[in-house]
Design a protein around this ligand. Structure first.
Ligand SMILES: [Fe+2]
Ligand SMILES: [Fe+2]
Ligand SMILES: [Fe+2]
Length: 491
């Protein structure tokens, strides 16, 4: 048979089979639809669990870089989940059973990672356990499937593989950094727990189910043999030493015509980096809704809701990093000079239901679409002469337009009209109590006006003298107009 096909040629020696593969390989065996779907569903389950673990650990993780990594990888895995769901639905009629747990040992493997004690364990579990196993499953699938019959799946896997590899690289680099501070005990625990994770996978017949599953559980869960309790309270690392500080009213400064655009850029960098609080608030919306319903297809939100919100969450993380880069570029030590607070995410997470938080988010974001919103910030960037500021405001604006659309699709649709949706959003936001004065009494913050120090440092870097009026700016979130006398809004 191979001799026969070896004699077969395409016309004029043109590349055959649309570049998919050779005649020999295409004529060879491959997996049938049933076998393909079985494997894809297990990989889908694993991607979905990895996505939800990134979300579940984001808010309570203090370290900013890890929050950013989890935001990025939640987005990538959500995109992969979407591709796998679509592909399975092409090959099978509903019910697709995509929300079924394919194997209890695989479930235990992910539960262990979800409930692990610290960031080092969680990252090792995910990036040295789960993602490499998904990668291995994808590679193995490509070897076993017929590249002609199953070309649509092949395409999806080839999109996913390099992204998985880059995620694994990030994870390994993060582990190396975190391991430096680990004690010998912690390292030993990690090592034996990683062996336990491998045992869960082996008992599941590996992630894709290609090994005969022993089904035998030879190990007891180290972290997960109990109910999982979600922690939605935002934590920050040491570069956020004054997280209740609401002593500098960024918006008042930004909209005051007497101040120079070049100085307003500093306030915009602050507003961007402060957007770290949006992922901290969006991840719990998704985690809590998912856990409230148990099954996002029934009674809860469809997958497309989670996919869109994850994309938005990732954009907000990017905006924070744009602000970080802005300060770094100007040589300004933001952890010392800028007090980035968490009052918004903390207040919303503690005081509102997931749906109410989504209402507030949409209410704020639709407000950014008017003349004093994102267009204004972009115009300030443009007028400032700082090309970087102009660039990031351009994208910040474009992203917010997308977010307004996501809000219309998933929030406004439940109301009679936009007006009612806005009224409810405003009402929810009014419900959030911020005790500006009490925080000071309780010693949580002095609401120190950090602006003069930032401004002076910027003037030194530029080699200019501070303008006295700009230096004297002293407007807090406590003594401002009534309609802004609320928690500072991220944008
Ligand atoms: Fe946004
Ligand atoms: Fe934003
Ligand atoms: Fe933004």
């Amino acid at each position: 048979m191979s001799d026969v096909i070896g004699n077969y040629e395409s016309l004029k020696g043109l590349p055959p089979l649309a570049g998919l593969t050779s005649f020999e390989d295409a004529a060879g065996p491959g997996m049938g639809v049933e076998a393909c779907v079985d494997r894809l569903k297990r990989i889908h389950y694993s991607l979905h669990r990895s996505w939800s673990i990134c979300l579940a650990r984001l808010t309570s993780e203090p370290i900013y870089e890890l929050k950013m990594g989890f935001s990025h990888h939640a987005h990538l895995t959500a995109e992969h989940v979407t591709l796998f769901r679509e592909r399975v639905s092409e090959m099978r009629h509903p019910p697709l059973g995509l929300d079924k747990v394919p194997d209890v040992n695989l479930e235990a493997f992910f539960d262990e990672i979800l409930m692990s004690d610290n960031a080092l364990q969680m990252i090792a579990g995910l990036y040295r356990g789960a993602f490499p196993a998904i990668l291995e499953s994808a590679t193995c699938y490509l070897e076993d499937t017929n590249l002609l019959t199953d070309a649509p799946t092949v395409r999806i896997l080839k999109i996913m593989i390099p992204e998985l590899e880059s995620m694994i690289d990030w994870g390994n680099a993060a582990i190396s950094a975190l391991e430096k501070e680990a004690t010998d005990d912690e390292r030993a625990t990690l090592e034996s727990w990683m062996d336990e994770l491998s045992a869960w996978l082996a008992a599941a017949g590996q992630l894709d189910g290609t090994d005969p599953a022993s089904g035998e559980i030879t190990t007891t869960p180290r972290f997960s043999g109990k109910d999982w309790e979600y922690d939605n309270i935002p934590q920050r690392d040491e570069r956020f030493p004054d997280p209740y500080n609401m002593g500098v009213h960024a918006e008042e400064f930004l909209y005051d015509e007497k101040f120079d655009e070049r100085d307003k850029v500093l306030m915009m960098f602050y507003k961007r980096i402060r957007e770290i609080d949006v992922p901290e608030m969006m991840a719990p919306i998704m985690v809590e809704l998912m856990n409230a319903t148990g099954n996002e297809e029934k009674g809860g939100r469809p997958w497309a809701f989670y996919r869109d919100l994850t994309r938005q969450m990732w954009d907000e993380a990017r905006h924070a990093m744009m602000g970080e880069v802005g300060f770094a570029k100007l040589g300004l030590d933001w952890p010392k000079l800028v007090m980035v607070n968490f009052t918004w995410s903390k207040g919303l997470n503690e005081q509102l239901t997931p749906t109410e938080r989504h209402a507030v988010l949409w209410f704020i974001e639709q407000g950014l679409m008017n003349k004093t919103g994102k267009r204004f910030e972009w115009e300030v960037g443009k007028a400032s002469g700082d090309a970087y500021s102009e660039l990031i405001q351009d994208f910040d604006w474009a992203d917010e337009v997308l977010h307004a659309r996501i809000g219309r699709d998933w929030y406004v649709k439940d109301f009679e009209n936009v007006k009612e949706a806005a009224a409810y959003g405003s009402e929810c936001w009014d419900k959030v109590m911020t005790d500006w004065g009490q925080w000071r009494i309780d010693g949580l913050t002095e609401h120190r006006n950090w602006w003069p120090d930032l401004y002076k440092a910027a003037c030194i870097m530029r080699g200019t003298e501070p303008d006295p009026e700009t230096l004297a700016y002293d407007e807090t979130y406590a003594s401002t107009r009534a309609d802004l006398n609320r928690i500072s809004a991220s944008g």
